[in-house]
Design a binder for this molecule. Structure first.
Ligand code: HPA
Length: 246
């Protein structure tokens, strides 16, 4: 069974160096996953890859079927998930191009299917979510590139917004007061659904832009795409080092 799943986000629809063995269209009690599951090898290790926004990219963050994606991974033997998330940088040091391994989340999303325990089961379940990311996986991601010249920030609070629009400057100011360091649209409910399924889960966040109001100019999609392309090269390097250790 393949233990390790990688969920690719914006800018990472496929992994360079991934050797595809076979693909499977998973069916789940929660509907269709975003993409087929791609089983293969990467950095000498068997992994399964799923493209969060579909292949090609067509599913916006608020329409991703997070429940089907995580269910499909677990049903196929996955117990550890590394999620790749594009984010905006809010606080100092979170400049575009930076790689962050977040350790906390504040959830600002609304009306997404966010639980497997919807009240139609025999028992009411409340999972502990004090530490939303798996500390063991986080440590591996942070330590894998020590001495490799790759600047990975250990920790940070991920503010998850509903999207698909970007935030207002005032919303970002509020999020900064709340303690958010980065902002993205896909971190939740993915992380809490992973916890509900007892999957070990960590995120590699790639800062694509300064968040709204941080610069005196509009956020440009062209700039986001360019920064993401550069950031994903770093993610690839990080994964090459970390995957054999995960
Ligand atoms: N806000 C929300 N999500 C994002 C951003 C942002 O500025 N950049 C990349 N994903």
């Amino acid at each position: 069974m393949i233990e390790l799943g990688i969920i690719g986000g914006s800018g990472l629809k496929a992994l360079a160096g991934f050797e595809l063995l076979h693909q499977k269209e998973p069916s789940t009690p929660f509907g269709e996953a975003s993409s087929p599951l791609s089983f293969g090898t990467f950095a000498g290790r068997e992994v399964v890859f799923l493209a969060r926004h579909g292949q090609p990219h067509h599913i916006p963050p608020h329409k991703v079927n997070y429940r089907a994606n995580l269910w499909a991974l677990r049903a196929n033997g996955v117990s550890k998930v590394i999620s790749i998330n594009a984010v905006g940088g809010i606080s100092g040091g979170m400049q575009p191009g930076r790689i962050v391994i977040p350790d906390q989340i504040i959830d600002y999303t609304s009306s997404r299917a966010h639980t497997f325990f919807d009240g139609d089961t025999a028992k009411v379940v409340h999972v502990d979510f004090s530490r939303p990311y798996d500390e063991g996986l986080r440590r591996i991601l942070v330590d894998a590139v020590v001495g490799d010249g790759l600047d990975v920030r250990d920790g940070g609070t991920y503010g998850a917004t509903q999207g698909p629009r970007l935030e207002t400057a005032a919303e970002i100011q509020r999020m900064e007061r709340d303690g958010c360091h980065i902002v993205g649209m896909t971190g939740m409910p993915e992380a809490s659904l992973a916890r509900e399924l007892s999957l070990r889960y960590a995120s590699i966040a790639v800062v694509a832009n300064w968040a709204a109001g941080k610069l005196d100019e509009e956020i440009s999609m062209a700039v986001i795409e360019r920064n993401l392309a550069d950031g994903m090269q770093l993610v690839q390097r990080l994964l090459m080092r970390a995957v054999p250790l995960l």
